[in-house]
Ligand binder design. Structure first.
Ligand code: NAD
Length: 248
């Protein structure tokens, strides 16, 4: 098992990449703290994980609140005595170019996608130093290339990539690693409405050399690699999991 007795906090664990990663981490021996907004779907993930025999707790919380981030960390340490892995995966989309984006949307997207990762690292770092832990952040292919009609989203994900590098270089001396994953267009709740429309679907598929959309397990396997000792000499990277989209 690659994560035997490791304690992992996963945000956005109620669906998509977060849920698939929680299930994979549990199979690999991790103890899990699941975070998402919706209690009912979070409980569903929790029950599936319990069936695998793993130890797990759920914390329904909005990650854009500083108080909630502190609570998530305190509750995790109270329950499991340490934190080894944080997978900052919760995220939201903000549509529109800069003229169409209002300040409220901009701030909301930044708070959920970026500030939550800053706060999580800030308050959990003392525990991660003790465990020589690993942070994994979900950025996006949209943070690597010009991504149309998503100014706030692309800016937030580009900043996640930068913050990932900053944390990596600042804390390498303490044995803490920090990496990001940049998924391409993937079939999850976030893209469900768009991928239902055949013309939009074709448009998103056309630039992907492997000619398929990603699935939650593609990202979960990348997260497992970055969480485990398999990547012990890897820090600061932003790993595209995008079927070659940003390489073409
Ligand atoms: N699906 C894609 O094509 C794609 C591509 C690149 C990046 N991403 C990123 O992947 C991550 C996961 O998204 P997904 O595609 O699995 O979609 P999803 O909608 O299935 O999952 C999003 C998760 O984030 C949680 N969440 C959202 N806002 C939150 C908040 N304020 N506080 C706590 N939890 C919150 C939701 O409850 C849910 O569990 C996001 O960061 C997203 O930006 C998705």
């Amino acid at each position: 098992m690659k994560l035997k007795d490791k304690v992992a906090i996963i945000t956005g664990a109620s669906s998509g990449f977060g849920k698939a990663s929680a299930l994979l981490f549990a199979k690999e021996g991790a103890k899990l703290v699941l975070v998402a907004r919706k209690e009912s779907s979070l409980k569903e993930t929790e029950n599936e994980i319990k069936k695998l025999g793993a130890e797990v707790i759920s914390i329904p919380a909005d990650v854009s609140s500083e108080e909630n981030i502190k609570k998530i960390i305190e509750t995790s340490v109270e329950k499991f005595r340490k934190i080894d892995i944080i997978f900052n995966n919760a995220g939201t989309f903000g549509p529109g170019n800069v003229e169409e984006t209002d300040l409220e949307t901009w701030n909301k997207v930044m708070n959920i996608n970026l500030t939550s990762i800053f706060l999580m690292a800030k308050y959990a770092m003392k525990y991660l130093k003790e465990s020589k832990g690993s942070i994994i952040n979900t950025a996006s292919a949209g943070g690597l290339i010009g991504f149309p009609q998503a100014a706030s989203y692309a800016a937030s994900k580009g900043a996640v990539i930068s913050l990932t590098r900053s944390i990596a270089v600042d804390y390498a001396k303490d044995g803490v690693r920090c990496n990001a994953i940049c998924p391409g267009t993937s079939a999850t709740n976030m893209t469900e409405e768009v991928l239902k429309v055949p013309e939009l679907c074709e448009g998103f598929l056309a630039p992907i050399p492997l000619h398929r959309f990603g699935n939650p397990e593609d990202v979960a396997h990348a997260a497992l690699y970055l969480a485990s000792d398999d990547s012990s000499y890897v820090t600061g990277i932003s790993l595209p999991v995008d079927g070659g989209w940003t390489m073409a």
